[in-house]
Design a protein around this ligand. Structure first.
Ligand SMILES: Cc1c2[nH]c(c1CCC(=O)O)Cc1[nH]c(c(CCC(=O)O)c1C)Cc1[nH]c(c(CCC(=O)O)c1C)Cc1[nH]c(c(C)c1CCC(=O)O)C2
Length: 349
């Protein structure tokens, strides 16, 4: 038996290919503004980034939802944008506006980025991972994460969140050499970052490609699949046994090609992916994670119960991790999360 199949952690068993009943569960953005105790710690920290860079407080907010709901996995509390911040592109989170960064539009902008102080800047994040590895319950798995290069590049080039990425796609199509240099830097930095998280105690990795669905087929292959495959291969070669979950949100039918060509151990699917299609086309290749609509968690009641049951009854008979199709939204009533936890834990298959 491999060490992974001997683990008592249901989340890791599911990623190793086992059908676990009831399935392990956690929720994207399980630590966050829907919890009053998060809002209190966040106020204590000052800014959102101060919270990410203060290990004691970041550990505390990671643990808060575990205490309430007994999730099978804890996800490091941080943000995908600490990577550009650590490369020297200073990130700020404006209240009600989201992230703001000085946009990268030229070779001169790109040349100002630097890997030299990268790990030093991220030392508090590594300290959070190490603190969590000691603090979480014995049956809970610790997930480290990063954004995927394409999704992080959209923020770096736009200088903020965006709906349709005119500047990022503009650079991709009109200045492919410059865009390629930025992507190469991100693949390298992201790989270094994930390896360090693993060395500090992360037991699995999730790569968030939130804006994967914005790209046409050919660009999807080049800028979503290829960089992710490079990261998966590097982790597999340098830290064997650490499973990787990919989340190419909005990829539609390209989820299948993504799974086959990146070699991920698990794929997180968004709420638009038909459950029967995921069971037939994805589950034979890897563990599937998802995909309850986060707004059902706001709605609650019978609509929530029916949505949970549909996901469980279609995907729960194979290798599966219960999750949402995207992150928990701030208006979510905490009691609805308790209702979900109860229903998933009591599912008999
Ligand atoms: C695109 C992206 C970001 N960050 C992330 C993504 C990929 C996943 C996704 O699509 O949601 C990933 C992320 N962000 C956060 C986590 C922590 C772990 C978790 O509990 O899931 C993770 C895994 C905390 C956060 N990241 C952010 C918050 C809210 C900040 C606050 O407390 O004010 C949290 C808890 C802020 C953030 N961070 C980001 C944006 C656009 C925003 C502003 C929008 C918003 O406010 O929700 C970038």
């Amino acid at each position: 038996m491999s060490p992974v199949s001997q683990t008592s952690k249901p989340f890791l068993r599911a990623l190793a290919g086992e059908t676990v009943t009831p399935p392990p569960f956690w929720l994207m953005r399980q630590a966050g503004r829907y919890l009053p105790e998060y809002r209190a710690t966040r106020t204590q920290a000052g800014s959102f980034l101060d919270l990410c860079y203060t290990p004691d407080l970041a550990v505390e907010v990671t643990l808060q939802p575990l205490r309430r709901y007994g999730f099978d996995a804890a996800i490091l509390f941080s943000d995908i944008l600490v990577v550009p911040d650590a490369l020297g592109q200073k990130v700020a989170f404006k209240e009600g506006e989201g992230p703001v960064l000085p946009a990268i539009r030229s070779a001169a902008d790109l040349d100002r980025l630097d890997l030299a102080g990268f790990h030093q800047h991220l030392a508090p994040v590594y300290a959070t991972v190490a603190g969590l590895a000691k603090a979480i319950p014995a049956t809970t798995a610790l997930i480290g994460f990063s954004g995927a290069p394409w999704t992080v590049a959209t923020y770096m080039i736009e200088g903020s969140g965006s709906k349709d990425f005119p500047n990022a796609k503009g650079m991709m199509f009109s200045q492919p050499e410059l865009f390629g240099r930025l992507m190469d830097l991100l693949v390298r930095a992201t790989g270094d970052y994930l390896i360090r998280q693993i060395d500090n105690g992360a037991e699995a990795i999730q790569i968030f490609d939130t804006w994967a669905g914005a790209l046409p087929e050919e660009e999807f292959a080049k800028w979503v699949i290829a960089p992710t495959r490079t990261l998966v291969e590097r982790i597999r070669a340098e830290r064997p046994g650490i499973p990787v979950i990919g989340f190419p949100r909005g990829a539609g039918v390209l989820y299948k090609k993504y799974v086959q060509e990146t070699g991920v151990d698990g794929v997180s699917i968004d709420s638009s992916v038909p459950l029967a299609w995921a069971a037939a086309e994805l589950q034979p290749h890897c563990t599937v994670q998802g995909n309850l609509d986060p707004l059902l968690l706001v709605a609650g009641g019978e609509a929530l119960d029916a949505g949970i049951d549909r996901v469980l009854n279609t995907l729960g008979k194979g290798r599966f991790i219960f999750n949402l199709g995207h992150g928990i939204v701030p208006p979510t009533p905490p009691e609805n999360v308790a209702r979900l936890a109860e229903r998933v834990k009591n599912w008999k298959g």
